[in-house]
Design a protein around this ligand. Structure first.
Ligand code: ADP
Ligand code: GLC
Length: 478
């Protein structure tokens, strides 16, 4: 079986969040099931640079009105295609935002072009390319199933799957872009790409795809309700028989404390005490006083989704409870400022690094005692899985994938020796502090604590079972 995976990011080429980790890791997991996955990415400067001199496999004189070429490369051991369209993708800044922090005003055209290219590949418009399934990730790839449905190429049309990594980002644009998309008028309909009078990229994909997945079973349920569905709950409910939740895995080649080059001290379940050298390294990197008390950490986008405002409001109480905190993150300016000020207020107890730093994120997980993830919603979440693998006990809000992957250390779970972390419900300072007090109490029972760390490290969150679930889904498409 041949799958075309369409996304706006993929680790290690371009990453702003968990989407990249998943798109980067899934192809290898699927290969184990005899599935060859080709990934199609936009030709951002960083991607073109790693590609070097690549073979040109196709040219469009005008793709969404601009010349484009398709270049062939490799993503790990799997095939990669890169959409080179200088007018759309050759620019400084992030994949979605200009250096000013504002969304690129032509994002609709950039990602419609990506989707059109994917649909051409998956419906016989590009010689030598044929796919059984087009797998579109998030709104940036969302129009591809709509193109396959309303304006396919001349060949056999692939089945399509849309995976929702975060329904909060929907790719919603004004109706006046519609005539430029190259879709027939019939597509501007309630069961097509029309969305509250405008155009919805994710919406169009969800209406048109043969199957819809999201990245955890609990989130798949949650998005049936307005609070989580964010306007798409009606569509999700109407297509409920096509919606499944498959939890993300982690790539053990990248996230393994026994082989991780970013750690001063590597360790495993059997050599856990070595971890303390990493704790010392986190303390010195974040300017924290040395100590044996609990060291909490954060590795996160600093946003409302992640409950980072609630955490910022709780810092004084965390320090008063005897906790120290290392924060690695970037995001909302006001939250960055709040954390920065907390670091000044609690010098020695709270250390803050504003920015995005991949190796440092490994050190933080490999040296801190517990990772705080107070998300208001979390489709899957990967940092709690990395925390488990690194013996950095996850303290999480009970939502989405966090609810599905962490076993709360309640009395029954402690008795049954199955707890892997701490969960709490209300994402408020009181809710979070309740969990932090419970965590500190557990930490003060070293045997219990290290048993919980070891249990998390042994838990299997590799891609094996989720890879199989995707393989089964592809194989069963109507
Ligand atoms: P989301 O995709 O919603 O941001 P996830 O938990 O799925 O949340 O994935 C976040 C990914 O981004 C993880 O790989 C995490 O380690 C990484 N990450 C987040 N913030 C930073 C940061 N400041 N520096 C390095 N890595 C980060
Ligand atoms: C999104 C979600 C996150 C998920 C990631 C990968 O960014 O916010 O919960 O883990 O996608 O699926």
């Amino acid at each position: 079986m041949k799958v075309l995976s369409l996304a706006s990011e993929a680790y290690p080429l371009v990453k702003t969040g968990g989407l990249a980790d998943v798109v980067g890791a899934l192809p290898a997991a699927l290969a184990a099931h005899g599935i060859e996955t080709t990934t199609l990415l936009p030709g951002y400067p960083a991607v073109l640079k790693t590609l070097g001199r690549a073979r040109v496999v196709h040219r469009w004189p005008a793709l969404l009105g601009t010349p484009a070429r398709l270049l062939a490369g490799k993503l790990g051991a799997q095939p990669l295609l890169v959409l080179e369209a200088p007018e759309l993708f050759t620019r400084d800044g992030g994949p979605y935002v200009a250096p000013s922090g504002q969304d690129w005003p032509d994002n609709w055209r950039r990602f419609a072009a990506l989707a059109r290219a994917g649909a051409d590949l998956a419906s016989g418009a590009v010689a030598g390319h044929r796919y059984d399934v087009l797998h579109a990730h998030d709104w940036q790839a969302g129009l591809a199933p709509a193109y396959l449905r309303y304006a396919p190429g001349p060949g056999p049309v692939a089945k399509s799957v849309v995976t929702i990594h975060n329904i909060a980002f929907q790719g919603r644009f004004d109706a006046d872009i519609f005539p430029h998309l190259g879709l027939p008028a019939a597509a501007f309909a309630i069961d097509g790409v029309e969305y509250y009078g405008g155009v919805g990229f994710l919406k169009g994909g969800l209406e048109s795809a043969d199957a819809i997945t999201t990245v955890s079973p609990t989130y798949a349920q949650e998005i049936h309700a307005p609070e989580f569905g964010m306007g798409l709950e009606g569509l999700i409910a109407a297509r409920a028989d096509r919606v499944t939740g498959i939890v993300n895995g982690i790539d053990p080649a990248i996230w393994n404390p026994d082989t991780d080059a970013a750690l001063p001290a590597r360790y495993s379940v059997r050599t856990l005490p070595r971890r303390v050298a990493n704790k010392r390294a986190v303390e010195s990197t974040f300017g924290l006083d040395r100590g044996d008390g609990p060291l909490f950490c954060v590795v996160s986008r600093l946003t409302w989704q992640k409950g980072m405002d609630v955490l910022a409001d709780s810092i004084d109480a965390i320090v008063a409870a005897g906790g120290r905190l290392a924060v690695l993150g970037s995001g909302d300016g006001a939250l960055e400022q709040a954390f920065y000020l907390a670091g000044e207020r609690h010098a020695g107890s709270v250390g803050v690094r504003i920015g995005y730093d991949e190796p440092l994120s490994h050190l933080v997980q490999g040296g801190s005692d517990a990772i705080l993830i107070p998300s208001r919603f979390e489709p899957c979440g990967l940092t709690q899985l990395y925390g488990l693998a690194y013996g950095c006990v996850p303290v999480v809000a009970r939502t989405g994938g966090l609810a599905d992957t962490i076993i709360d250390a309640n009395v029954a779970a402690i008795d049954a020796e199955v707890a892997t972390g701490v969960q709490f419900s209300a994402v408020t300072p009181a809710g979070l502090m309740g969990a932090i007090h419970r965590t500190i109490a557990l930490y003060r029972r070293p045997e219990r604590w290290s048993a919980m760390q070891r249990r998390g490290m042994r838990a299997d969150f590799s891609w094996a079972s989720s890879g199989e679930a995707y393989a089964r889904l592809y194989g069963g498409l109507p």
